[in-house]
Design a protein around this ligand. Structure first.
Ligand code: HEC
Length: 109
C-alpha cells in the first residue's frame, strides 16, 4: 500500500504539469482530411485556399483569432475559387473540443 501511495505521489504531478490544452496534431490532421479541407488547403503550399501557415501568421497576435476561425470552420460560407462561388466546407464533427483542437493546430503552424 505504501508503495502505491508513493507511486501516485511521483506520477500524479507529471500529469498535472502537462499543459491543459496540448494540441493533438495527428487528430487535427485526420479531421481536416476527413472534412475534405485539404482539397483546397495545404499546411504551407498555396492551393485554392490560403496555406494554413499563412492563416496562422495572419491571426497569430489577434485576440479574436480563436473565435473567428472557429466560426469559419463550423459555419457554412461561400468562397471564391477561380472566380466561381463554392461552398466552404465545415469540419465534420459535433465535438467542440475537436474543433478547438483544429483551430489551435492551424494557429500553431
Ligand atoms: C472549395 C475549397 C475550400 C475548401 C474545401 C475549404 N476551404 Fe478554407 N478557404 C478556401 C478559400 C478560397 C479561402 C479564402 C477565403 C477568403 O479569404 O475569403 C479559405 C479560407 C480558409 C481559412 C482562413 C480564414 C481567414 O479568415 O483568413 C481557414 C482557416 C480555412 N479556410 C480552413 C478550412 C477548413 C478547416 C476546411 C475544412 C473544413 C476548409 N477550409 C475547406 C477554400 C476552401
Amino acid at each position: 500500500m505504501k508503495r502505491l501511495v508513493l507511486a501516485c505521489c511521483l506520477v500524479l504531478p507529471l500529469f498535472l504539469a502537462a499543459p491543459a490544452s496540448a494540441i493533438d496534431a495527428a487528430a487535427a490532421d485526420a479531421l481536416v482530411r476527413k472534412s475534405k479541407c485539404m482539397t483546397c488547403h495545404h499546411k504551407v503550399k498555396e492551393k485554392d485556399g490560403p496555406p494554413f501557415a499563412e492563416t496562422a501568421a495572419k491571426y497569430r497576435d489577434k485576440p479574436e483569432a480563436i473565435d473567428k476561425l472557429t466560426k469559419h470552420v463550423t459555419v457554412p460560407s461561400k468562397v471564391k475559387v477561380d472566380g466561381e462561388e463554392e461552398d466552404h466546407e465545415t469540419l465534420r464533427t459535433d465535438d467542440p473540443a475537436a474543433v478547438r483542437n483544429v483551430v489551435e493546430w492551424i494557429l500553431s503552424l
